[in-house]
Design a protein around this ligand. Structure first.
Ligand code: HEC
Ligand code: HEC
Length: 282
């Protein structure tokens, strides 16, 4: 009799210990489960991305490396302008009040009417299911990393006008400007003005911007206008894009060139070189 009570008590205590441990582990277990689930979603997303999106956004969303040369439209998704922080410049310009995750899912689902980005969700005539769109959004959001999103060590404060800026960075160089045009991927959307083989696909042809630029905004010289076009693409929307009137605001041109060109003490010189190059065309 006595021995049964002892065994019973020990068994009871063991059960309580196991149960208690399981309860303590539950949060950690749920978290692991969620991680595994998101991890799988990202993997599915990566496959879908390779099959559907690299043609325009580039391998790994970098907008450089495209399966067919010239097919990249120059809009990187693996980019601080999209994946870092809670709100992107584009979300603010659109007055989007939801989360970024929802913003990305919606963009993929419905595309951007009037732009090149097609709708992907089956309900909107696309080829993907809702869970696949979610996989893609998880994949894109996963580009966020400490390295990509680190605060820039230096941030140039752009002057309000070209005139003030050019007091600090006086002369530009045509050859360096053409190189910068390629480095920043301007050619992906605008083509390379003096090369007939690289035509403008998304943004206006820029061959005559040195003269046309002076007719866009009253009181602006071509240089004032190009300066503003690069720093604040949505401030003024050009009329004629390659296949249709340009859409916007917001402009389809990325809004973070100022940030990129201002991330070291010398780099703002790229702006002067670009302006010198573009106004030297014609
Ligand atoms: C035919 C070319 C093309 C294809 C294919 C394409 N996109 Fe896009 N995408 C664009 C363009 C152009 C824009 C920019 C539109 C704009 O700025 O309004 C864009 C914008 C986006 C944006 C919003 C970026 C931002 O900064 O707001 C996301 C997210 C996106 N695409 C994801 C995808 C995904 C995921 C796929 C594959 C399922 C895909 N795209 C396929 C051309 C394409
Ligand atoms: C993702 C595509 C894209 C990229 C990359 C891009 N642009 Fe644009 N750009 C556009 C579009 C679309 C417009 C027309 C809408 C507008 O006015 O904002 C435009 C407009 C302009 C204009 C005004 C053109 C006019 O006829 O009034 C200039 C100047 C310009 N871009 C220069 C640049 C330079 C320089 C770069 C590289 C540093 C660049 N763009 C990169 C898409 C792009």
């Amino acid at each position: 009799m006595q021995i049964k009570v002892v065994i019973g008590t020990i068994a009871f205590m063991l059960t309580m210990m196991v149960l208690g441990y399981a309860t303590l582990r539950e949060d950690a277990r749920l978290e692991e489960f969620t991680h595994a689930k998101v991890g799988r979603s990202i993997e599915f997303g990566a496959e879908l991305f390779a099959g559907n999106c690299t043609t325009c956004h580039g391998v790994n969303g970098l907008a450089q490396d495209c399966p067919n040369e010239d097919s990249c439209v120059g809009l990187p998704l693996n980019d601080p302008g999209l994946v870092c922080g809670d709100k992107t410049a584009r979300m603010e310009a659109m007055g989007w009040i939801g989360t970024k995750e929802a913003f990305i899912r919606t963009t993929i689902s419905s595309g951007r009417p009037g732009y090149i980005m097609p709708a992907w969700l089956d309900e909107y005539g696309g080829s993907l299911r809702q869970d696949q769109v979610k996989n893609l959004a998880d994949y894109v959001l996963n580009f966020e990393s400490e390295e990509l999103c680190a605060e820039p060590a230096f941030e140039y404060e752009w002057k309000a006008t070209y005139e003030e800026y050019s007091e600090e960075f006086p002369d530009g160089d045509v050859v360096a400007g053409q190189a910068a045009f390629l480095t920043y991927g301007c050619n992906a959307c605008h083509g390379l003005p003096e090369d007939d083989a690289m035509v403008a696909a998304v943004g206006p042809e820029l061959m005559n911007i040195g003269t046309n630029g002076a007719n866009r905004i009253e009181g602006y010289t071509a240089k004032d206008y190009i300066y503003q076009s690069i720093l604040e693409p949505s401030a003024f929307i050009a009329e004629d894009c390659p296949n249709a009137p340009c859409s916007g605001p917001p402009s389809a041109m990325p809004a973070n060139f100022g940030l990129r060109m201002g991330s070291s003490e010398e780099m703002p010189q790229d702006m002067q070189n670009l302006i010198t190059y573009l106004t030297s065309l014609n």
